[in-house]
Design a protein around this ligand. Structure first.
Ligand code: NAP
Ligand code: GDD
Length: 384
């Protein structure tokens, strides 16, 4: 146990939720910055919330925004954190093409605002900073696998904004001796993953298709490859990076890459359903080729089997070019040697374990009555 104080920007996001829980268990007092929203946006951390009247609480939320430097400076001055985890970002690559200026402001300049606040508040010796950098920096990859020394070639407004954030973090480290580090994290997923990222879109849609609530799902480029890990493993790397005596930059990845197409197959396989793809490009479709009845009954429920069997041979996956990106990142695969050797970090989930965790969660979620009553599906924005 310790008396450390952490400040997490982006606490309401996937990583923020897992990291807060992890740090609280370690005895930290966790402060988080959340945006004002017209609806509740704290679903992922509600289980950690404590009454503000509780004097011993170890979780405190502050309203704030990465685009507001006065607000950030005030919060950091009040909280006097030992560690800042800068996880806040407009994190959707496709959406960044629609909101490039905002993305640059929040994801790029937002990081500068934090670093500069720490400097101006004379906290450079006290406060350590973790910057949520990304494998998207490698973009059009210059080397396979990608490691800390691989040159960057960003391919989206999101990645370009994160490139600025990466280098301004390095610059503040070198210029002012700050303990500021970049975690170059490859894609990491979980049942808490945002609904419009590809793995969660697939596991949610698969759950609904298996339960007979949806006929088909439309995808973008299913030939691209990603190195997917579990968010629960990746937040531990963030923590370890800030516990090192000297600041540095680390690739965090599994070292395995898989196409979106294979992730779709793997997801349905978890429920005993074999999906076969036929056709090319926009004509490509995924068909139900085989059903393992025992596995289906175990994963989805025997009561849904007869209805699903009637769909054998039908197409359940289609392609819609609306989901294509103006510039794509075709392949990501990370070399995590430095993290393994220097941090002693390694992933505990493989892709099958991750996929199982997500589809099991989403089948249960979609079964919940309120989802069915509400038409079942939160609207996914068309272009995401
Ligand atoms: P996420 O689920 O999209 O969460 C992003 C968080 O940032 C949310 O809490 C969001 O608040 C907040 N946020 C967005 N814009 C903000 C602003 N202007 N001011 C304050 N807060 C703002 O992302 P994640 O998957 O947890 O990822 C965490 C960080 O790691 C992000 O910086 C992301 O770019 C980076 N990263 C993620 C991955 C990955 O595979 N997950 C890989 C590499 C790097 P709301 O809840 O109000 O939207
Ligand atoms: N979102 C989405 N929706 N992606 C699709 C779809 C679809 O319908 N169909 C195919 N894809 C492809 C995308 O074109 C991309 O090649 C891949 O699936 C992964 O897309 P996302 O899950 O949206 O993630 P990302 O790789 O673009 O970005 C995520 O990982 C980065 C780390 O590499 C985000 O979490 C970023 O914030 C993070 O930095």
């Amino acid at each position: 146990m310790n008396n450390k104080v952490a400040l997490i920007t982006g606490i309401t996001g996937q990583d923020g939720a897992y990291l807060s829980e992890y740090l609280i268990k370690k005895g930290y007092t966790v402060h988080g910055i959340k945006r004002r929203s017209s609806l509740f946006n704290t679903d992922r951390i509600d289980h950690l919330y404590q009454d503000p009247h509780d004097e011993k609480r170890n979780m405190v939320l502050h309203y704030g925004d990465m685009t507001d430097s006065m607000n950030l400076t005030r919060i950091i001055g009040d909280v006097q954190p030992d560690e800042i985890y800068n996880l806040a970002a407009m994190s959707h690559v496709k959406v960044s093409f629609d909101t490039p200026e905002y993305t640059a402001n929040a994801d790029g300049i937002g990081t500068l605002r934090l670093l500069e606040a720490v400097r101006l508040l004379n906290l450079t010796d006290k406060t350590r900073i973790y910057q949520a950098s990304t494998s998207e920096l490698y973009g059009m990859v210059q080397e396979i696998p990608q490691r800390e020394t691989t040159p960057f070639y960003p391919r989206s407004p999101y990645a370009v904004a994160k490139l600025y954030a990466y280098w301004i973090t390095v610059n503040y480290r070198e210029a002012y001796g700050m303990h500021a580090s970049n975690g170059i994290l490859f894609n990491h997923e979980s049942p808490l993953r945002g609904e419009t990222f590809v793995t969660r879109k697939v596991t949610r849609a698969a759950a609904r298709i298996l339960l007979g609530l949806q006929k088909k799902v439309y995808m973008g480029n299913i030939s691209s490859k990603r190195d997917w890990g579990h968010a629960k493993d990746y937040i531990k790397a963030m923590y370890l990076i800030l516990q090192q005596d000297t600041p540095d930059d680390y690739v965090i990845s599994t070292g395995v890459t898989t196409t979106i197409r294979d992730f779709i197959k793997m997801t349905f396989n978890e429920a005993g359903v074999t999906v076969e793809f036929k056709g090319e490009n926009e004509q490509e479709e995924g068909f139900i080729a085989h059903i393992n009845e025992e596995l289906f009954s175990k994963a989805v429920g025997e009561e849904h089997l007869d209805a699903f069997k009637k769909r054998l041979g039908e197409s359940i996956v289609g392609i819609d070019p609306a989901y294509y990106r103006p510039t794509e990142v075709d392949i990501l695969i990370g070399d995590n040697t430095k993290a393994r050797t220097k941090l002693g970090w390694e992933p505990t989930y493989d892709l099958k374990g991750l996929c199982h965790d997500m589809i099991t969660h989403d089948i249960e979620l979609m079964k919940k009555e309120e989802y069915l009553r509400n038409g079942g599906y939160r609207i996914l924005n068309y272009f995401e």
